[in-house]
Design a protein around this ligand. Sequence first.
Ligand SMILES: [Zn+2]
Length: 83
Amino acid sequence: MSSLKDGVCPKCGSRAILPNADAVEGNALSIRIYEKAGVVLRGMKNFPIKAWVCTHCGYTEFYVSTPKELRRSYRRSMAASGS
Ligand SMILES: [Zn+2]
């Protein structure tokens, strides 16, 4: 299973990859998790998303920088909502 993180575009075969780019519109694009039900700020976590872009064909992949941390946070959010 190849991805842009391997340094080669799986679509066009180019090695002209822009790695770890900020996906920006105002602030960095991110996944937001509310760890505690009904809590707006204290239990809120943002997980920034980074982009890998093939600068030959434009193919783009997005990755959360800290997937394991996101998974733990997601589990806490499920524990909070399911009482
Ligand atoms: Zn490409």
